[in-house]
Design a protein around this ligand. Sequence first.
Ligand code: MN
Ligand code: MN
Length: 306
Amino acid sequence: MSDPVFAAQPYAGIATFGRMPHTTDVQNADVAILGIPYDSSTSYRAGTRFGPRAIREQSMLLWGYNNAQGVAPFRSLKIVDYGDVDVVPPSIAATHQQIELTAAKILEGGAKLISLGGDHSITLPLLRAHAQKHGPMAVVHFDAHPDTWDSEYPGQPYSHGTPFKRAFDEGLMDKSAYVQIGIRGPTNGPQDYTDALALGTRMITLDEFRQRTVADVIQEVRAKIGDRPTYVTLDIDVVDPAFAPGTGTPEVGGLTSYEILQLVRGLRGANTVGFDLVEVSPPYDPAQITSILAANLAFEFLSLLV
Ligand code: MN
Ligand code: MN
């Protein structure tokens, strides 16, 4: 049966996320999609400023019904594509301020937010905006990297390697309910992990994940977050570069596309209050492999909200 929303061809028309209307009027919206095209705090190869546009383009191919979750988010929710934050490439401080203001405005109107990065530094101002509304939140963090350095460059507290240390310092996260999943790869030394663990992180490394079942890991995560307001942040480099090559700091030996879909679906019924998906870098993404996966993961986020 044809659906008027999806009557157009996936390659025709201007690409908003899932063909949802582009508007900054969030009154009565259930969910807003927000692009954050900022990559100036990337430590290796850049390009995630092109992420939101690439993900929107691939989202045109999403069909409306999610068979795995049994929901049709584009029909059941009022979704708007808010467009992009006005980022300031040479200034992380000014960019963070713009992100926080924009996110706070959207949340104030009652909509939930799905943000598309951009590098992982953007999560800090998003957590600030969400914490204004919800207080310290449980955080489920999918990533190859802990991102809990105190600083990545001398005297620079803000970058894509530090957002969760800063979020702890600012009291934005519930220390008893912070889970990292998929951590792996070489580091500067053992302190990268021991420092993260000292913050109270439950770190499920990729090696640990491989010894367990997906269901078992989901069960532990759900027990940890309980019914707390929970923020979900997904760095696409948690997925193996064989499945998601378009990213700035790839680490071999990661999750498969199917495993990350299963893990996200495992959050169904949790009290999720916000989502972001970061580090998609289209210049390193042959055949749009990574942005297709990212569009589908954002669709899973939307589906969780139905
Ligand atoms: Mn990250
Ligand atoms: Mn990462």
